[in-house]
Design a protein around this ligand. Sequence first.
Ligand code: IPM
Ligand code: MG
Length: 354
Amino acid sequence: MNPSIAVLAGDGIGPEVMAQTLRVLQQVAPQITTKHGLIGGAAYCQYKSHFPTATKQLIDVCDAVLFGSVGGPIEAAEQPQWKNCEVNSILALRNHLKLAINSRPAKFYPALKDISPLKNERLEACDEILILRELLGDVYFGEKRTYTANGYKIAEDTAKYDENQIAQVAHHAFKIAATRKQQVVSVDKANVLDTSKLWRQVFQQVAKQYPEITLTHMLVDNCAMQLILNPAQFDVIATSNLFGDILSDAASALPGSLGMMPSASFSSKGFGLYEPSGGSAPDIAGQNKANPMAQILSLAMMLRHSFDLHTEANAIEKAIENTLDAGFRTQDIMQVGRRAVGTQAFTDEILHHL
Ligand code: IPM
Ligand code: MG
């Protein structure tokens, strides 16, 4: 039977970058069937729920999920359509599918070296930094409460990890590192946090099974600084949920724009959800301005990891590089002397180079 994927475009720029991405899918792997579902604010309009049962049922019969983005404008955050939208949709979805590991590659493109905030000599030694992020633990999923005591409001978020959760990320990191530069930097805050002390211990323990890999530990504050001072020292970074959220945004800015960073999330059974690392960008939604690269590269990750379609995935990545080399730019990566194009025309060029 042909594989099928759940397509959840979501909100903001999600639908427009997804529409372009499906053109690419149609060209390289038309045998894959797409089934569309609603999530986020878009789902709320129809079902009064950010993650309706209909969408759960759709996902449960598909082989992978291609996700857009969710969330509304900050100024509308208290409206029912947007209130707790991210928590109720993408976090609930990660939990529903038990997506324990998130993989975010920040790739450096030679054609974009002048829009990077880094000096060229720092950038030239960089190829790709892969951030592996634990996705189901930490303050994201620990107990939360807001209450009043002695006339004050108090809020609590509990960070919690068990050793199996950490070991799963460690094994994944070492296996990936074996196919790359044989090095893993594990990032924590072990000088302060118990969860980080456990994180470090588990990484050291698991590392014994991978003697060919060099494991180093770095404190998260130092890592934030090192990413900017000397990004070329990193290949695979493995870290907890909250630190991974922050460091992956920081790393994505180094090549030039968050709009270029895809991501893949996996369950222990290997089920995959693929989504841009960035958000729904409501300020530019519906204007044909968004960079479709993150969504299209997420598709490439899906073809490679969920369907073993390596040739197709490589072809998409190459077509994107060629499009950049040919001088086409969306507004977020625009440079003097290059051709500014919209979401659709940029995708036309990718299709042309495929
Ligand atoms: C991300 C996003 C999400 C996260 C938000 C939307 C809940 O920032 O995927 O990085 O914090 O995980
Ligand atoms: Mg984030």
